[in-house]
Each structure stands twice: as structure tokens, then as C-alpha cells.
Write a protein that binds this ligand. Structure first.
Ligand SMILES: Cc1cc2nc3c(=O)[nH]c(=O)nc-3n(C[C@H](O)[C@H](O)[C@H](O)COP(=O)(O)OP(=O)(O)OC[C@H]3O[C@@H](n4cnc5c(N)ncnc54)[C@H](O)[C@@H]3O)c2cc1C
Length: 475
């Protein structure tokens, strides 16, 4: 078995309760030496999917790990509404509602295998539901839109994206000849899906990512467990290693051990540091590096964006959008609507909206007033039923809803990373490169296997970064 394969099995196996061959679990036995003899300490910055998974693999190899997390909770952009005591909104839904990631792409993805190992019931959106598409406020499934030349042109553009050869351009510029109604649908299915808008998203970067992808096309929702709970249960072994409310403000890596300083001026020494913070945190210079990060890395970082991102949760007294709907694409404001109740509950009455890019800029500036254009668009598509059936406060009759503006979260500052017009896959590689064999980089933005911006990207980056660290500390 090659080393990378062995690493993956260890990483997936230990706390998921799978029976592993004894040699793979040897580090749990006090009488045996750890798999790696290393006296140093590895600090991991960030306890999202990438940080927790990297910590788990290293710990399973007997390496000293400490995880520093700025927030009061673990999970990062995997965050479930049920776990948020400070949010004054309880959804009517009797299934978990997510504030961040909600769909696991690929049953053979790393998170897909965790779900399988736990035997958690899942809903595969492709099996139990179908997507709906909006053009000019009319919503239909793909079969019913089949005769519409604009709809067909959009789907053809999307299926041709992996083979795009038109050179540096935004998706908007690359999609020549599309009508404005077609462009609105494309903006939802591509620009927004990849974390931005068509006028910002680079066609080359997306095309390169798509051609690297190899996972199955399942779209899975865990039926009754909040994703944050699944993540934290899987990585319960590393919970004691996580220091919450510890925001790293500076890293001095002129010599080993490096010195990490947090928001209170506390200093922590570490021989190697794995940085998993969101790209926005690096780009906005929240962490002061001494010496400064190499110009090549900063230049690569500048070629990726991380736009604002808004998740809106709406509960209705009736499902008027179709009980078998999966994702509804094509709105101008409600850019991506998920029907999270499908296959989960007989009371399918919740919509979750995910909005990135220029529309998220507008809505973020509106704050609570954003509900007006959202309901107005839904009313125009569904003949006034949104306003009619939205849940209202019993006393005041005010509309009840929740939104999370991820750009306002000081430790995330945006949605997901995406390639700007001049970014290539080579830039993701530079973003991921270690510096001085002391600093190592993980997190969704550093994924080099085509899954940046997803849970898979975050977790694949953890496997890659552990390989890099292990090869340095065992050299
Ligand atoms: C609204 C939304 C919907 C999404 N939907 C999906 C989906 O359906 N499917 C999917 O696969 N992906 C989805 N994603 C993407 C997915 O959530 C992310 O790619 C993934 O969770 C990122 O994990 P990460 O570990 O790279 O980063 P994060 O989860 O962001 O973890 C980084 C951690 O670093 C911490 N941190 C930041 N600064 C500091 C500091 N200075 N010191 C210490 N700690 C710090 C943060 O608090 C955070 O906990 C979605 C994302 C969003 C925002």
C-alpha cells in the first residue's frame, strides 16, 4: 500500500468506528511507539473541516498538535442553525437547516465516506427530486424548458465549460451570443454557484477546475443530522486539542520554533504551522507574517476572490414551489434556492437561499430590508404566494426570517474562494505551497484537485498538507 493511501485510511478510520487492521491503530496503544517520532509541535490555525481533519490525521500518527480557532465554536463554514444559541430564530423545519454548507457532492468524496461510515441516512437530490429553472419569472423543470432555445444555450454552455478554450475572460464575456434572460439563468447556475457573479468569475480557472474533477455527481443531504454535528462527531478525538476564542494575529517564522501571537498577546511556540484560515483572512492581512509572505504567493492570492455571501432561511405555511423540487436556479435576487425538506420531512415548508457576488453586495448593504426584494421576486414567480404563506410573528404579524451575512463574520469575511479572470490552476498550486518548510497552507482555497469552494476541497487540502508536513518532519 502506498503512503498516501495509508494516510487516507488512517484519516478516515479512527474515530468513525470502523474496524482497522491493528497496525493502523497502533498509536492508540501506549506500549507501542508512535508512527512518527517527532518531538516538535504542529500548530493548526482554524478548526473548520480542513483544520480538524489535518489535526486528526497528525494526531493519529502520534504527532503533537494544537489547533487555534478564533471563534467560539468549531466547524467554520459548516455551521448548523440548531447549534447557534445566539440566533433568535428557530426554523419550523423538523430537519436540520444549515447556515453554511448543506450539500455533500459525491458519495465517494471524503465527507461522503464519513457519512457512509456512520450509516447516516441521506437524501440524494438527484434521485428524489429535480431541479427547477426560472426564465422571465416562469419556473419549470428541464424537460418542460427543453424547447426553449435560451435554456438549451445555457445548458450547452455549462456542459462545454470543462473544454473552454477562449482564453482569459469572465464567464459573462465568454458566454457570447446569449440573450439577457439566458445570462440571468447562467449567472445563477455558474457565477453564483461558484461563489460570485458571471461578471467577476474567470472562465479559465473554472474550466481547469472542472476538468480535474473525478467524484461521482451525487448531491447528498444528511437526512436528520446537522452537518456541524457530523463533522464534530467524526473529529471528537481532536476536540481537546482545540483552543477556542484564540484569534491568531501574528506569526513570526524567522526561525524555528515560530512564534504565534493571539489577540490577547499570548504567545505560542510551534515548529510547523498549518494555516487553514479563509482566503479573505489572508488577503485582508488579518495575520501579520514576519517575514512577509513571498510575493509569488501574494500575487497568486490576488488572483482569487472571496465575495460576500448571504444565506436566507424562510419558513412558509405551505409548500407552493413543488414538493419534489431540489434546487431552483435562475432568480435575479433569490439566486439559488434549495428545498431542504425534500426527502426528509412530510412538512416541506422551508426554503434556503444562497446568494453571492454583486447581488450579495446589494443585499448586505440593505441589512434587514433585504427581505422585501426577496419576497417580491418570489411573489412574481409564484403569483403572490410567498407573501401569503410566509411565517409571521403571531403578535406583530411581521415576517419571520433569518439571514446570515458571512461577510460580517469577522473570522470568515466572505463566502468561498473563486478564480478571477487571470487565475489558473497554477495559482492554486502556489497558494498551497509551503514557505521555508515552516508554514504550510490548507483550506478550501488551496485545494489543487478541482474542488475549491467545497467541503471536499477543504478536506482534500488537509490530506495534501499532512503529506507535506510529514515529509518535512521525517526527512
Ligand atoms: C453559505 C455557504 C454555503 C456552502 N455550501 C456548500 C455546499 O453545499 N457544499 C459544499 O461542499 N461546500 C459548501 N460551502 C463551502 C464549504 O462550507 C467550505 O468550502 C468549507 O467548509 C471550508 O472549510 P475550511 O476548513 O477550508 O475553512 P473554514 O470552514 O472557513 O475554517 C477556517 C476556520 O479558521 C478560523 N479562523 C479565521 N481566522 C482565524 C485566525 N486569525 N486565527 C484562528 N482561527 C481563525 C475560522 O473561524 C474558521 O473556523 C458553502 C459555503 C458557504 C459560506
Amino acid at each position: 500500500m502506498n503512503r498516501r493511501k495509508a494516510l487516507k485510511q488512517i484519516g478516515l478510520g479512527l474515530s468513525a468506528g470502523i474496524a482497522l487492521p491493528p497496525f493502523l491503530t497502533s498509536c492508540k496503544d501506549d506500549n507501542l511507539a508512535p508512527e512518527i517520532n517527532y518531538d516538535g509541535t504542529i500548530a493548526i490555525i482554524g478548526a473548520g473541516a480542513a483544520g480538524l481533519y489535518a489535526a486528526d490525521i497528525l494526531r493519529s500518527k502520534g504527532v503533537n498538535v494544537i489547533v487555534l480557532e478564533a471563534d467560539k465554536q468549531m466547524g467554520g463554514r459548516i455551521r448548523s442553525l440548531r447549534n447557534q444559541n445566539d440566533i433568535d430564530f428557530q426554523s419550523d423545519a423538523d430537519f436540520p437547516v444549515e447556515l453554511g454548507a448543506e450539500i455533500t457532492y459525491g458519495s465517494d468524496s471524503i465527507f461522503g465516506r464519513i457519512i457512509q461510515n456512520y450509516n447516516l441516512p441521506v437524501v440524494d437530490l438527484n434521485l428524489v427530486a429535480e431541479d427547477q429553472y426560472i426564465l422571465d419569472s416562469v419556473v419549470k423543470n428541464s424537460t418542460d424548458w427543453g424547447g426553449d432555445s435560451d435554456f438549451v444555450a445555457v445548458q450547452n454552455f455549462i456542459s462545454g465549460l470543462p473544454n473552454y478554450s477562449g482564453g482569459s475572460a469572465t464567464i459573462d464575456a465568454a458566454a457570447t451570443g446569449l440573450t439577457s434572460r439566458a445570462k440571468a439563468l447562467l449567472n445563477s447556475q455558474v457565477g453564483n454557484f461558484y461563489g460570485s457573479s458571471n461578471t467577476r468569475l474567470g472562465a479559465v480557472g473554472i474550466s481547469e477546475e472542472l476538468s480535474l474533477q473525478s467524484l461521482g455527481n451525487q448531491r447528498l443531504m444528511v437526512k436528520s443530522n446537522p452537518l456541524q454535528d457530523v463533522l464534530l462527531s467524526r473529529f471528537s478525538n481532536v476536540k481537546p486539542l482545540v483552543q477556542l476564542e484564540t484569534q491568531v494575529k501574528s506569526i513570526d517564522y524567522q526561525s524555528e520554533p515560530a512564534i504565534i501571537t493571539d489577540q490577547n498577546g499570548n504567545q505560542i511556540e510551534a515548529n510547523k504551522i498549518i494555516i487553514t484560515v479563509p482566503l479573505s483572512i489572508l488577503k485582508n492581512n488579518v495575520i501579520d507574517f514576519s517575514p512577509a509572505l513571498p510575493a509569488t504567493k501574494l500575487s497568486s492570492a490576488s488572483k482569487f476572490g472571496m465575495d460576500k455571501c448571504i444565506r436566507v432561511i424562510l419558513d412558509f405555511k405551505k409548500n407552493f414551489w413543488g414538493e419534489a423540487s431540489a434546487v431552483i436556479w435562475g432568480g435575479n435576487t433569490a439566486l439559488q434556492i434549495l428545498n431542504p425538506g425534500v426527502g426528509r420531512s412530510q412538512f416541506i415548508r422551508t426554503m434556503t437561499l444562497t446568494i453571492y457576488g454583486s447581488k450579495a453586495d446589494e443585499l448586505s448593504a440593505m441589512g434587514d430590508d433585504m427581505i422585501t426584494p426577496i419576497l417580491s421576486e418570489l411573489d412574481s414567480i409564484y403569483d403572490g404566494q410567498a407573501t401569503l404563506y410566509i411565517r409571521r410573528d403571531l403578535d406583530s404579524n411581521e415576517v419571520v426570517y433569518h439571514y446570515t451575512d458571512w461577510s460580517m463574520n469577522e473570522f470568515i469575511q466572505g463566502g468561498i474562494s473563486y478564480p478571477l479572470v487571470n487565475a489558473t490552476q497554477a495559482d492554486r498550486n502556489v497558494l498551497a505551497e509551503p514557505v521555508n518548510d515552516i508554514l504550510f497552507f490548507a483550506g478550501e482555497a488551496t485545494d489543487v484537485e478541482g474542488y475549491a469552494g467545497t467541503i471536499q476541497g477543504a478536506m482534500a487540502s488537509a490530506e495534501r498538507v499532512v503529506d507535506e508536513v510529514v515529509s518535512v518532519i521525517t526527512a
